[in-house]
Ligand binder design. Structure first.
Ligand SMILES: *[C@@H]1O[C@H](CO)[C@@H](O)[C@H](O)[C@H]1NC(C)=O
Ligand SMILES: *[C@@H]1O[C@H](CO)[C@@H](O)[C@H](O)[C@H]1NC(C)=O
Ligand SMILES: *[C@@H]1O[C@H](CO)[C@@H](O)[C@H](O)[C@H]1NC(C)=O
Ligand SMILES: *[C@@H]1O[C@H](CO)[C@@H](O)[C@H](O)[C@H]1NC(C)=O
Ligand SMILES: *[C@@H]1O[C@H](CO)[C@@H](O)[C@H](O)[C@H]1NC(C)=O
Length: 581
């Protein structure tokens, strides 16, 4: 931060009254008003804003080493996860740093702050005029979209030079809530097709339902949760809600072949009464179909306050709650290049914190294939998505049936997000697999399109095409995207946890070291290798719309492939000789 901050500090003097010794934070964070949002003027001086200060943590190197030992099945420390209290002791900011930040806040008249168990976030409420004095350069404006509005600063912000070393970033200034339009690819086109052909075609076409998934992934009627004290979760960040009545109707229509629950047990955060969202319905209905008969939570973080960042809110809840579900499915992402480096790196530490606690966090790999971005010079490069590109989450890509009328072979779903991070370097656990791919792929895109030394994703995949969903009491076909495959995999992980916990073993936690070690440990058939098809990318002369292609073993389109549940359970579940608890 230092060098960049200093260079920018000069520019700041021109705009801020207190240019004395302020350093810009997140100077590389682009401010872009997303399509559909319009500027609605500067907020009054007394308008209340709520800012989230990410305080600099300590012990990151130790955290990194700890995760290696607790997540590697070959390590004697495997499964020795930390409690939230133990995690706090490892990473909490130094008392001196906290005192300095608190003194700075108080001296600016900020009194209303809340902390979290790990003490590495502070959430403070103050008048806009106070926030503008506190963070020289910031200027709070309102932006509206339909009935929603957010308060953000179009201008960069700084903090005093002596405070800068204690703060990673301040949330609630630049980033807009991410839109999630990852569902129902070609929705309009397919809907038209559906309308035209009505029942006739639908009767023949094989849509994906829970029983199709359970059949394809070889799950039997016995493969349901048995333990009361095990749970799974999905997280929602839009003002989007699921309805319990939809879940019940979905299970009535599609759940006859397996024991399941018909309602969500716990909603953390606001659960509004508006129309149900398709995405929210999809997540809940499918995590409860593979993770059948397992208690399900929904984290609903639409952002209660206009100046909050909903995704950040979810991370704060995790850092402030000691007992949360072991498995989290999240279908959310932004282009890596639309986020500041400080933000992306800090969020990665948040995923490390989850890993240290034994939580499995799964992210959808995105629905734009390798993505595409025009560089300032005019050339294209691929565009990785974050958090999919974090080395501390498990990223799920998408497949479709090769023959849509047969529940057999899967091929690449051409939208399946995948590629190489430009921020994170390749973690050890995947180096051999990814090098093997790079060495043996018959054709690769030009080197200028991707960072071959970066964290490569996805890690695995599942069907992502043509799901049936019940939303607002209406069964809808053709719902597609990696936001379908992610809860499907999450439910299976929760089921393996169920079997482990019953035998007194630790849950799986951060899955990737175990996942990338499956073949080495002789579990080749735990994952069905998807070897056909390519995903989409830039429409230009050099790559002609083609990104990477699936191939044998790991690839940046479908990862290792899709789960073969009984073999995966054998590989990652309790050994046959483990005693029943
Ligand atoms: C964290 O939890 C504590 C105890 O429940 C609460 O007082 C505090 O306000 C919470 N922090 C945030 C940021 O919500
Ligand atoms: C479903 O889960 C409950 C505990 O939550 C358990 O008592 C019950 O036996 C399970 N049902 C089946 C069929 O395993
Ligand atoms: C249930 O799980 C939570 C943590 O997820 C734990 O704190 C609690 O002790 C467990 N309860 C039982 C009865 O095992
Ligand atoms: C664009 O790509 C071409 C061909 O690879 C290369 O010669 C050129 O230097 C690139 N331009 C810029 C601005 O990077
Ligand atoms: C399910 O089992 C059958 C044979 O038992 C096997 O051929 C098939 O590959 C398995 N499914 C997957 C997805 O691996």
């Amino acid at each position: 931060m230092g060098v960049r901050g200093r260079r920018w500090a000069l520019a700041l003097c021109a705009v801020a009254w207190s240019c004395a010794a302020a350093l810009l934070l997140e100077a590389d964070q682009p401010f872009r008003v997303p399509d559909g949002w319009s500027h609605a003027g500067r907020v009054p001086a007394d308008h209340s804003v709520e800012l989230t200060l990410a305080l600099r943590q300590r012990g990151i190197a130790r955290l990194h080493r700890l995760i290696r030992t607790v997540s590697d099945p070959g390590s004697p420390q495997y499964g020795r996860f930390l409690t939230l209290e133990e995690l706090r002791r490892l990473i909490q900011p130094s008392p001196g740093a906290v005192a300095a930040v608190e003194k700075w806040l108080r001296s600016s008249g900020v009194e209303e702050c809340r902390s979290v168990t790990t003490r590495d976030f502070l959430q403070c409420r103050m008048a806009a005029s106070v926030a503008e004095r506190l963070l020289p350069g910031a200027e709070f404006h309102r932006y509206a979209q339909g009935g929603r509005s957010v308060v953000r600063s179009p201008r960069p912000y700084g903090v005093p030079e002596d405070i800068a070393p204690h703060i990673d970033f301040v949330g609630g200034l630049h980033r807009f809530p991410a839109e999630r339009k990852v569902v129902s690819r070609a929705w309009a086109k397919k809907e038209a097709e559906w309308e035209r052909s009505k029942g006739a075609r639908a009767a023949f076409h094989l849509g994906v339902t829970p029983s199709i998934l359970r059949k394809r992934y070889n799950m039997t009627a016995e493969d349901v949760g048995q333990l009361a004290n095990n749970s799974q979760a999905c997280a929602q960040f839009l003002e989007q809600y699921f309805h319990q009545a939809d879940v019940a109707e979905f299970m009535e229509l599609f759940g006859s072949s397996f024991r399941h629950r018909s309602s969500v047990d716990r909603v953390v955060g606001p659960q509004g009464r508006g129309k149900a969202g398709l995405e929210a319905s999809l997540d809940v209905e499918y995590i409860m179909s593979t993770g059948a008969n397992i208690s399900t939570w929904v984290f609903s973080n639409a952002g209660r306050h206009e100046s909050q960042e909903p995704f950040l809110e979810w991370l704060l809840v995790l850092s402030n709650t000691s007992a949360v579900p072991w498995v989290h499915s999240v279908s959310y992402g932004d282009a890596e290049d639309s986020l500041s480096r400080a933000y992306v790196e800090r969020l990665n530490v948040e995923f490390m914190k989850a890993a240290a606690r034994g939580l499995t966090v799964l992210f959808a790999s995105g629905d734009d294939g390798s993505g595409c971005r025009r560089e300032p010079g005019g050339n294209h490069t691929f565009r990785p998505s974050f958090p999919a590109s974090s080395p501390y989450v498990t990223t799920v890509g998408g497949t479709s049936f090769r023959n849509p009328f047969l529940v057999t072979e899967e091929v690449t779903d051409y939208i399946s997000g995948g590629g190489f991070s430009n921020v994170f370097s390749m973690p050890d656990y995947q180096a051999a697999a990814v090098q093997q791919f790079l060495r043996s792929a018959p054709a690769l895109p030009p080197e200028s399109y991707f960072n071959r030394g970066g964290r490569a994703y996805p890690d695995l995949a599942a069907l992502s095409d043509n799901y049936w969903v019940v939303s607002n009491r209406v069964p809808l076909p053709w719902v597609s995207g990696t936001s379908a495959s992610t809860p499907v995999v999450a439910g299976m992980v929760a089921l393996i946890n169920d079997r482990r916990l019953r035998r007194g073993l630790a849950p799986l936690g951060f899955l990737n070291p175990a996942l990338y070690g499956l073949r080495r440990r002789g579990h080749r058939d735990a994952i069905y290798d998807v070897t056909r098809g390519c995903h989409v990318s830039c429409l230009d002369g050099a790559v002609q719309g083609r990104g990477f292609c699936a191939g044998p073993a790991w690839d940046p389109v479908t990862g290792w492939g899709t789960p073969n549940f009984p073999r995966l359970l054998e590989a990652l579940g309790p050994p046959p000789d483990a005693p029943h608890k």
